[in-house]
Design a protein around this ligand. Structure first.
Ligand SMILES: *Cc1c(COP(=O)(O)O)cnc(C)c1O
Length: 394
């Protein structure tokens, strides 16, 4: 019934599975027939503190009963608090701009880089270089910044100038010319195979850019907010980016995006803005999510979940060498590189039937992005169901 409604009234831009979820508890979802699913996707890295999180729900209720939105023309107390909190957690000397999504945060980061390119050099620099297999968003600009030609559809042309993508970091460095102002990368490509970039190569890139006063933009929309173990994956890589973008997990499912930058006063009044960005509801949610995740990390539970998940993943990779090449990723952003063309689509479907939700990444990687608060029991049960799904492959 709702499938027909959806198909008639909602624009069909997603390959949608018509399961009707009614309720969630941490990393477990329940559909209308009462069937439960272990959620190794967290709404694509969004539901960082789990489904039905009562602490988050109470904070949202409290905030919504008082103020949801006033506009950025007035002080927004939780916005100021969240910005301060994010800067403190990062350890970087930065300031924050709030948007509503990852693409919007990246769009803002590109605007910031272009303004820097005008101010910092005698002749304006405007090019932003990215990596192949990257994903930076769906707006006309961020889709052009995305390093996958399949996304650059002729239907949406013309695209803005000043973007090119390169095979790896070395090639990217070689492509820097007198019009280049910034390099934008993900430290682990979420849509590009979950392979963490090499730390030494990233540090070399960071040093190369710094020497030339060019900007390093790290897209942490998927890697950020403790998914890597640190608040930011940039901290794991021991680099100080000029600009960092965040979104997905930052407010536990309430739409939010953020740009953090060391160029704290480069955007001036009127340079950038957003109606919804940083409103009471989303920033209050962000504060609650960071409270929850910080204490989760401090108590050691986050690291325990990482180790337990990694051990299970390794066990699966080793038990089924006929289907999997290796496990990869970091923190709770993980992948299994699959062998053969048919393994991945078949596995995602049979995993769903077996009651565990998993994602794909790129052409041949099974991707895992569970809520960061996932319990050991849920991890165990999820992998038990995944093994049932693997059994259907033969
Ligand atoms: C999801 C994602 C985006 C886009 O975020 P939206 O909120 O969908 O606009 C950008 N960059 C990365 C790395 C992402 O994972």
């Amino acid at each position: 019934m709702y499938e027909a409604m959806d198909k008639s009234y909602v624009m069909q831009t997603y390959p949608r599975n018509y399961v009707n979820f009614k309720k969630g508890e941490n990393a477990t979802l329940f559909d209308e027939n009462g069937k439960d699913y272990i959620d190794f996707t967290s709404g694509i890295g969004v539901v960082s503190v789990g489904h039905g999180n009562l602490r988050l729900a109470h904070a949202l209720f409290d905030q919504a009963s008082n103020l949801i939105h006033t506009s950025n023309l007035f002080l927004i107390e939780p916005q100021a608090k969240l910005a301060k909190r994010m800067c403190e957690l990062s350890g970087y000397d930065m300031a924050v701009f709030f948007a509503n999504s990852g693409a919007e945060a990246n769009e803002g980061a590109i605007k910031l880089a272009r303004k820097y390119g005008l101010q910092a050099f005698p002749k304006k620099r405007f090019k932003v270089l990215t990596l192949e297999h990257s994903f930076h968003g769906r707006t006309i600009t961020t889709v052009k910044a995305t390093g996958q030609t399949s996304f650059h559809k002729e239907a949406f042309a013309p695209y803005p100038e000043g973007f090119s993508f390169h095979e790896q970091i070395r090639a990217l460095i070689d492509a820097i010319d007198e019009e280049t102002v910034a390099v934008m990368i993900e430290l682990v490509q979420g849509e590009g195979g979950v392979q963490p970039l090499d730390k030494a190569a990233v540090q070399e890139l960071a040093a190369f850019l710094k020497e030339r006063q060019l900007l390093l933009i790290i897209d942490e929309v998927q890697t950020g907010v403790f998914r890597s173990g640190e608040f930011l994956a940039s901290q794991l890589y021991d680099i100080t980016p000029d600009i960092i973008t965040l979104a997905k997990g930052l407010a536990g499912g309430v739409p939010i995006g953020a740009i953090m930058t060391t160029h704290k006063t480069l955007f001036e009044v009127g340079d950038h803005g957003s109606t919804f960005g940083g409103n009471f509801l989303s920033t209050r949610a962000g504060l609650e999510v960071l409270d929850i995740l910080e204490s989760y990390k401090q108590s050691g539970l986050l690291d325990e979940a990482f180790l337990f998940f990694e051990a299970q993943l390794r066990r699966i990779a080793q038990a089924y060498p006929q289907y999997f090449e290796k496990e990869l990723g970091l923190g709770l952003m993980r992948g299994l590189r699959c062998k053969g063309e048919e393994t991945l689509p078949h596995l995602i479907k049979s995993a769903f039937e077996a009651g565990v939700l998993v994602l794909r990444s790129g052409r041949n990687t099974l991707r895992f992005l569970p809520p960061l608060t996932i319990s050991k029991e849920e991890i165990q049960e999820g992998f038990r169901r995944l093994e049932n799904a693997i059994a259907t492959l033969s």
